[in-house]
Design a binder for this molecule. Structure first.
Ligand code: ATP
Length: 513
């Protein structure tokens, strides 16, 4: 099946099984805004719990906060967002569609990379064991030609983005013959800058009203509270502040489901350290964050780092953690060494001293900061994409199963009376009432047992417990595992420990130690 079709199926599965709905759907939805349904919210909460505990519980020098979405407007002047949080946009006059000029060019660079990759794969197949990839890349004329075009384009693009030189960006699009994927034409407007922040007004009278922004990142709430937390928590460097919260960006192109939304959620941690030690911490957090992802068991080959060549003005190192989505490797998390830029800017704009007094050296200085920033929704999407599986069971039957990491599954256990009579529903309820204190347990009585198993598979429930006539006599049930579909007979009293061991967030956290 084409990857595009897989993605479409995942999107409709999310809706059909109560994970994600288009926002205000009865009014035909609102572009790039989504609501999480009864199963989606549980999965999302589990992701957040895993992240929060991995930061705040496992690190004695990291604490959390919950800052407001609205902030003093000068925050965004100081951070540079008012002047520089822009994307270059371009419209196609025929399709009337809007694009990010930088994304069109980056896609073109990726096309050259794909061409090179195809040549390499073809030759590797042809020569087998004897294939020397390095030599092939250095000598094959077709590869060399693509590489040279790719590098020239990349250099031109990097330079144009630095200005930014908007005319230069347009010229690249024209020179490369980039066409609109919808209309197929090259009838482009000029490139314009577009600020991604949403603004609104506070205050009731025209005179008293002032313009404020919906935060485009949660990070600034941490920077403006650095002193509060450091002083009241008596924190010593190095220490971190973690936060989970909503962020808003008026994205130009928002056509990839929850991957790019206008309202989304971030989990960010700013780690403050002594100047000169930031690269050490940058490395530490790179490795630690990658381990967090890999502990979920979604395939080590599905992750890679993408180091930034072009750094934001405030950063001295940056990398993304990318996940292999059905539409290619895409950024899920950013790790940035932000230097002392943000704290210094707030010091300048607020006129307050924002420093750290180091009792070891008797000096005062502005701490450096390493940030880890992950989008909850992108993380959610990577989990759904990895987990969605259509399985052929032989004998003409098949099933759709969400192979979710067990600790993230919305429902951990479904208790199913074999028939809806003879005292079985009551027994099932009694079992569910014991388990519900420890993990999310559902009870389902309607339909055939086969249909109920399929429904639980489709929402990724790791365990089903079936109550039958014998249960009333021997207090034993059938425990069915989602992935293997194997069934075993176990005592009701052992259910909690068997299941809890596998599905708790603690089991994941222990892998990080
Ligand atoms: P991109 O280049 O894809 O626009 P970014 O580099 O601007 O992303 P950051 O500013 O580093 O993203 O934000 C940190 C994280 O927040 C990203 O790794 C991503 O997971 C998430 N994120 C950013 N923008 C969005 C969005 N519009 N919708 C959903 N998640 C987002």
């Amino acid at each position: 099946m084409a990857q595009e079709d897989v993605f479409k199926k995942i999107v409709s599965h999310c809706k059909e099984y109560g994970f994600v709905f288009p926002s205000s759907e009865i009014y035909d939805g609102l572009a790039a805004v989504y609501d999480y349904g009864q199963n989606g919210v549980e999965l999302k909460n589990n992701i957040k719990e895993y992240w929060w505990k991995s930061m705040v519980l496992l690190h004695s020098n990291i604490v959390g906060i919950d800052a407001s979405i609205f902030m003093h407007p000068t925050v965004w002047k100081a951070s540079g967002h008012v002047d520089a949080f822009n994307d270059p946009l371009i419209d196609n006059r025929d399709s009337k569609k809007r694009y990010r000029a930088d994304v069109l060019i980056e896609d073109q660079i990726a096309k050259y990379d794909e061409k090179i990759q195809k040549e390499v794969a073809k030759a590797s197949k042809k020569f087998g064991e004897a294939f020397d990839e390095v030599k092939f890349r250095e000598t094959n004329p077709r590869v060399l030609e693509h590489q040279q075009k790719r590098d020239a384009l990349h250099a031109r693009y990097t330079q144009a983005m630095q200005g930014p030189d908007l005319e230069g960006l347009k010229q690249i699009i024209l020179d490369e013959g980039i066409a609109d994927p919808i209309s197929g034409t090259k009838n482009w407007t000029d490139v314009r800058q577009f600020n991604l922040m949403f603004s609104t007004e506070v205050g009731s009278t025209a005179d008293g009203a002032s313009r404020i922004y919906l935060r485009p990142e949660t990070a600034q709430g941490i920077f403006v509270n650095y002193l509060n937390v450091q002083k009241t928590g008596r924190m010593k460097l190095p220490f971190g502040i973690a936060q989970i919260g909503k962020a808003f960006r008026n994205e130009i192109v928002a056509r990839q489901f929850v991957f790019r939304m206008r309202e989304f959620e971030q989990m960010e941690m700013q780690f403050f350290c002594k100047p000169g030690t930031e690269m050490e911490w940058f490395e530490y957090w790179k490795q630690h964050r990658m381990a967090w992802h890999k502990a979920l068991g979604m395939g080590n080959d599905n992750y890679r780092f993408h180091d930034h060549e072009k750094l934001a003005h405030y950063a001295n190192a940056a990398t993304d953690i990318e996940f292999n989505m059905p539409f290619g490797f895409k950024e899920v998390e950013g790790i940035h060494s932000r230097t002392n830029y943000d704290l210094s800017q707030h010091e300048k704009f607020s006129g307050r001293q924002i420093k750290y007094f180091d009792p070891d050296t008797n000096e005062s200085y502005t701490p450096f900061d390493v940030e880890t920033s992950i989008g909850v929704d992108r993380m959610f999407l990577s989990v759904m994409c990895h987990s969605y599986t259509e399985e052929d069971l032989g004998n003409g039957s098949s099933r759709v199963v969400l192979r979710l990491p067990e600790a993230l599954a919305p429902v951990k256990c479904a208790v199913l009376p074999l028939v809806n009579k003879d005292g079985l529903p009551e027994k099932a309820q009694e079992i569910a009432d014991q388990l519900k204190f420890h993990f999310n347990t559902h009870i389902e009585v309607k339909d055939s047992i086969g249909k109920r198993y399929r429904r639980q598979d489709a929402i990724g429930t790791p365990f089903c417990v079936t109550v039958d006539g014998d249960t009333l006599k021997d207090n034993r049930v059938t425990l069915r595992s989602r992935d293997t579909m194997e069934q075993e007979r176990v005592d009701v009293s052992s259910l909690r420990s068997i299941i809890e061991d596998r599905v708790s967030i603690t089991s994941l956290l222990k892998k990080l130690q």
